[in-house]
Design a protein around this ligand. Structure first.
Ligand SMILES: [Fe+2]
Length: 214
């Protein structure tokens, strides 16, 4: 699929790599009798250091909101033994989350980075993106597991196109703070754009997370 580029473009996928966030090596539960311990709520093979090092440091310094509780709730929905993964399983946890403190928005708006990878492991990837007015993603799809995103601030427009005929627009919807949407390749590809007059902030959730087990 050839991406459609615009002058002011945000690439969700490259945003992941651009952070350079490192992650502590995962800790595995090696089974009974090994003397190793794993927090009892965690499924096997989930890294105990759930947040990326960069996200953890930014939260500790008050530079981004504390998403740790939300990320743990998202992780709890995952059973590594389940046969398939879908970002839809995050909806319940995500619907309950919103910015309650205006200071949280200010933290994201003032941060020099426009995207933050909060979690990136084998099962889950969570990314926070700030979009300047008029800024848009490339045209892209989400394969296995799809993507759920939620608008935390501002107004974004999502345009959907047929995956096998990107010139064919299927839908165009406007989302405001608190709105969520799901998409995968069976539903089409999409472009996300900030159509407001102020920066917008969105959170994007993916499963599986795409990171190989360490
Ligand atoms: Fe997307």
């Amino acid at each position: 699929m050839k991406a459609i580029h615009s002058a002011a473009q945000v690439n969700e996928t490259s945003a992941f790599a651009a952070t350079g966030a490192k992650q502590a090596p995962p800790i595995h539960d090696s089974g009974p009798g090994t003397g190793k311990t794993t927090a009892n709520w965690m499924p096997y093979h989930i890294p105990i250091s759930l947040l990326t090092e960069k996200a953890f440091a930014d939260i500790a310094r008050g530079r981004i909101p504390n998403f740790q509780r939300l990320c743990r709730q998202l992780l709890k929905t995952i059973d590594p033994a389940q046969e398939s993964f879908s970002a839809l399983q995050f909806l319940d946890a995500l619907v309950q989350h919103s910015f309650h403190d205006p200071a949280d928005i200010r933290r994201v708006l003032r941060h020099p980075d426009s995207s933050h990878v909060l979690v990136h492991n084998e099962y889950l990837k969570v990314i926070l993106i700030r979009w300047e007015p008029g800024q848009a993603s490339n045209l892209h799809g989400h394969a296995t597991g799809g993507c759920v995103f939620k608008v935390l601030h501002g107004t974004v427009e999502e345009s959907r196109y047929a995956a096998n005929a990107p010139e064919k627009q299927l839908a165009r919807n406007t989302y405001f703070a608190g709105n969520m949407a799901y998409i995968d390749d069976r539903m089409g590809f999409h472009v996300v754009r900030n159509v407001g007059t102020e920066p917008a902030v969105t959170m994007h959730l993916y499963t599986p997370g795409g990171k190989k087990r360490g």
